[in-house]
Design a protein around this ligand. Structure first.
Ligand code: PLP
Length: 469
């Protein structure tokens, strides 16, 4: 018989789930929370205590302490999982942080539509059935110069559907320099396979000539697809045929010319010497169908937009996959609000993604200095906050490798692990997402609002142990 250890004894003294559940003090503390949530919280708290004891750790197993822990756990479980965060990373279209923040108008349109019924598929004039695809089609045509347009769930869906509808069972030519992988497992060759087309690679990684396309065309060829090199650059000894050459070849061979723009801006945009082509220009250059995202440079909700020739869009609309990829009213309301920003607003001011990308560095610098100044009080605790130049990035498959001059606060702390502080900021009620580098925390303020500044200040003061006045 082994000697009973301290933790064996403690294990037996852990109260039962039922005992904790039936404590009146727990019931009153978690009033309004579903019973299932409280039950899960109690179970998790007891399991945690047991595991800590088994691992030889110390834990207070008094009923009061466990009740308090269960209460905290229940509150945690009841909190929404999808939270607003502060983006202090300097990456404007941060896919993990929800890509484009929506504009005021987009939020208002969404609010107006969400809580009631809408004309989603209802035609008020005829009193009969309408189409959800009509709501933004005209606006998109005006903004892109395309004859027709269609919206689906995201750009991956737009590419998939376009290929399936226009080229399934046939060959599609793509330059080897354009077989891209966009983050999050979207690879052009894989999507092509899924859509049922046969990918025919032409040219080489750095050079593809019009003759390469010409020679690859067979009676089985249905399309040429151009893919925007969204997140990398090929420089040096490079060559791609001109749009005019591609158009002439496609017309002559009676095949369609597709252009997956990825980000697809509605305004021509230039940053750091790099220019992203506007959809309007791609349509004008003669592309039959252009596909692009709603939540990248466009600055709206997650969506995939297919714009192009009337006959192509009509074919795509008839494809059965469309039903599986169809957009919700939430998406459409937000997208319509954003498109209104382009039509009746001032897009570079009204649309957060564009405003944040083009904020003058002087303004960002001023804001960083202001934040550093506000954090002055933490110096007494060995925290040093200093305004410093930083490099922001666009993200969202646009402006690859362009470093946008930005500013932020560089935070160093004496005698405490910087990783621990980064974790504390990330665990704040409104999580503050920043960058860690060379034993310092970098808070790029390009995408940080006035409201966010207050939260950052409160968090830093509190973590440093300085009372805010
Ligand atoms: C981003 C991107 C996609 C995928 O778009 P989602 O809207 O994220 O689905 C496809 N193609 C290119 C070239 C891209 O840059």
């Amino acid at each position: 018989m082994g000697r009973k250890t301290m933790s064996d004894l403690n294990l037996r003294n852990i109260p039962s789930v039922d005992k904790l559940l039936n404590m009146p003090s727990l019931a009153s503390a978690v009033l309004g929370l579903p019973r299932t949530v409280v039950l899960q919280a109690v179970r998790e708290t007891l399991t945690m205590a047991r595991q800590t004891l088994l691992a030889g750790g110390r834990v207070d197993i008094s009923t009061e302490a466990l009740l308090a822990a269960a209460r905290r756990q229940a509150m945690q479980l009841a909190m929404p999982s999808l939270k607003r965060v502060i983006n202090a990373t300097g990456l404007v279209l941060h896919t993990n942080l929800g890509r484009a923040p929506l504009s005021r108008r987009a939020a208002e349109r969404t609010q107006a539509i969400l809580e009631g019924y809408s004309t989603l598929e209802y035609d008020v004039e005829s009193g009969g059935r309408g189409s959800r695809y009509d709501h933004v089609a005209d606006r998109l045509s005006r903004l892109t110069g395309a004859e027709a347009a269609l919206v689906v769930n995201n750009n991956a869906a737009a590419v998939l559907l376009t290929l399936a509808a226009l080229a399934a069972g046939k060959e599609v030519l793509v330059s080897r320099g354009q077989l891209v992988e966009v983050g999050g497992s979207f690879r052009i060759p894989d999507v092509m396979r899924q859509s049922g087309v046969k990918l025919v690679e032409v040219g080489t990684t750095n050079r593809t000539r019009i003759a390469d396309y010409q020679e690859a065309i067979t009676p089985e060829t249905a399309a040429i697809m151009k893919v925007h090199t969204s997140n990398f650059r090929i420089c040096g000894f490079t060559e791609q045929p001109t749009d005019a050459e591609l158009c002439a070849l496609a017309r002559e061979q009676r095949i369609v010319l597709l252009d997956d723009l990825g980000s697809g801006t509605l305004l021509p945009l230039e940053l750091g010497g790099w220019r992203e082509p506007a959809v309007l220009e791609r349509i004008a250059a003669g592309m039959d169908v252009v596909t692009f995202s709603g939540d990248k440079l466009l600055g709206g909700s997650q969506a995939g937009i297919i714009a192009g020739k009337q006959d192509c869009i009509a074919k795509i609309k008839k494809h059965p996959l469309l039903r599986a990829l169809r957009v919700d009213k939430l998406t459409l309301a937000a997208l319509e609000g954003t498109l209104l920003d382009y039509e009746i607003g001032d897009p570079k001011i009204d649309i957060p993604a564009l405003r944040l990308l083009t904020r003058p560095v002087e303004e960002v610098k001023h804001q960083a200095e202001h934040l550093a100044h506000q954090l002055g009080a933490i110096r007494a605790k060995g925290w040093f906050a200093k305004a410093a130049p930083m490099q922001a990035q666009s993200g969202g498959g646009a402006f690859p490798a362009v470093e946008i001059a930005s500013f932020g606060v560089r935070l160093t702390v004496e005698g405490r692990s910087i990783n621990e502080i980064e974790l504390a900021l990330r665990s704040w009620t409104t999580p503050i997402i920043c960058r860690l580098q060379e034993n310092a925390i970098y808070l790029d303020v390009r995408c940080v609002s006035e409201e966010d500044m207050k939260i950052i200040r409160t968090a830093c003061l509190s973590l440093a142990g300085v009372a805010s006045e």
